[in-house]
Design a protein around this ligand. Sequence first.
Ligand code: HEC
Ligand code: HEC
Ligand code: HEC
Ligand code: HEC
Ligand code: HEC
Length: 167
Amino acid sequence: MHAGQLGMDCRYCHNTVEKAGFAAIPPTQTCMNCHAHIRTTSERLAPVRDSYATGKSIDWVKVHDLADYVYFNHSAHLAKGVGCVSCHGRIDKMDVVHNDQPLTMGWCLECHRAPEKHLRPRDQITNMTWDPLAETGKTQLQLGLELKKQYNIHDSAYMTSCSTCHR
Ligand code: HEC
Ligand code: HEC
Ligand code: HEC
Ligand code: HEC
Ligand code: HEC
């Protein structure tokens, strides 16, 4: 809802995602920046207020969880113009976040073999509705191939080598 109707940028809450491998789940304080003033009596916000009062963080359920033998890094993707929506789907339309994509090895490899199908300008990585044709007059494939060169994306031998993801 915050990313949807309210149009908040993902990075307001997941503020480590461009710098770190891990996309931080926001601390209660982030919620309280607004909810100290907005909807202060809402039932649905009771856990947030409790957490703030007691200093105990909220136990969010982790939806995405790769096996430990897989190396994944958010910043490596975002720096090369892969948008959140390519991997997480339309988060702005989800009431409860669910796995939009299978997160299997085959899924990773499909993109690593042909990343041009997904590359976009870096300033559009959190945009859920970005449309290459409308914004640039180029098809995704044309634009993707240009960006692949511009961003110096590794060749597909490197991208699909076992040690890229299993280190
Ligand atoms: C108002 C703060 C806020 C904003 C804005 C926000 N998120 Fe989140 N997000 C959360 C919180 C809190 C959780 C953990 C609770 C949950 O799963 O609902 C979460 C969970 C997630 C998860 C699931 C994490 C897991 O458990 O694997 C993904 C993926 C995600 N957000 C992506 C996004 C994307 C993409 C955007 C922008 C389109 C976004 N979020 C905007 C607060 C936010
Ligand atoms: C930038 C301001 C802002 C931040 C930060 C923010 N929210 Fe909100 N939130 C809102 C607004 C505005 C609404 C009311 C939307 C409406 O009126 O429909 C809302 C509504 C909600 C609601 C629904 C309340 C109800 O009564 O139905 C929940 C739950 C909620 N927020 C949880 C969170 C959580 C959890 C966080 C921290 C991860 C968070 N919010 C961070 C602005 C914010
Ligand atoms: C290339 C695919 C990809 C992109 C792009 C991507 N994510 Fe993720 N995201 C993942 C995977 C895979 C996981 C599970 C990581 C794990 O379990 O170690 C994940 C996990 C998360 C989590 C849970 C916390 C964590 O790090 O495990 C959040 C929150 C999240 N992503 C938010 C975002 C946001 C916001 C963006 C865009 C700014 C984004 N992601 C872009 C694939 C991606
Ligand atoms: C939608 C496309 C896409 C998906 C899905 C995707 N990746 Fe990537 N990945 C990329 C791109 C593009 C790069 C940047 C390559 C470069 O910098 O040359 C990258 C880079 C990486 C890197 C850093 C490589 C390096 O040494 O610089 C790792 C590790 C990685 N991906 C692992 C994964 C894993 C694991 C998954 C599945 C859970 C995954 N990726 C899913 C597109 C994707
Ligand atoms: C782009 C990233 C990526 C590359 C490249 C990659 N893997 Fe994987 N691999 C994964 C992910 C993600 C999983 C976890 C899948 C899951 O949890 O379902 C995985 C799982 C595995 C597993 C466990 C499978 C199982 O069924 O339990 C093995 C074995 C494996 N990979 C071997 C390899 C070998 C050998 C190569 C090189 C030929 C390779 N991988 C290349 C991402 C990758």
